[in-house]
Design a protein around this ligand. Sequence first.
Ligand code: ZN
Length: 193
Amino acid sequence: MRTVAEILGESGGILTGHFLLSSGRHGDRYLQLAAPFQHPDLAAELASGLAGRVREAGLEPRVVLGPALGAIVPGFALAQALGVRFVFCEREDGRFALRRGFALTAAEPVLVVENTLSTGGSALEAIALVREAGAAVAGVAVYCDRIPEPRGVFDVPYVSLERFEIPNWAPEDCPLCRAGAPAPIKPGSRPPR
Ligand code: ZN
């Protein structure tokens, strides 16, 4: 298959600009996974690749769980490729919760899916939710990641379809700020210039 970078590039999913990342650091590129997932054929291609990694790692989930809203379509695509059930969690009073009648059982190991892993915070919250519900976590699967050693973040198996090395800086070291660029924007909130 093609690389994630190729598919993102083709679908307009690699944004350039001046971005404020969820970590508080600044960056000049942002990976917008919603771009390729507009297209069912690209969604199926990406999900097939990630499902292959999940199987190679020996993981046998019975359910895929993704955080709303961003991971609903990518998570469903992965569940379809794996032939398992899909549920999503959503924020309720600031915490992840399972609503809409979704339930997890001890008999169904859960694979937590994320689009892009930067800090791992959402996935860690989702893992806690699965365990509170009495189910086991089979692992974490992401379409791409951009942190140097994410394997140290989780106490469960971790698979990533592709690693991106994207530089980012503390605000005081940001070359874009030094060059007098307009204030950074939070990606996803509005289109880049
Ligand atoms: Zn900056």
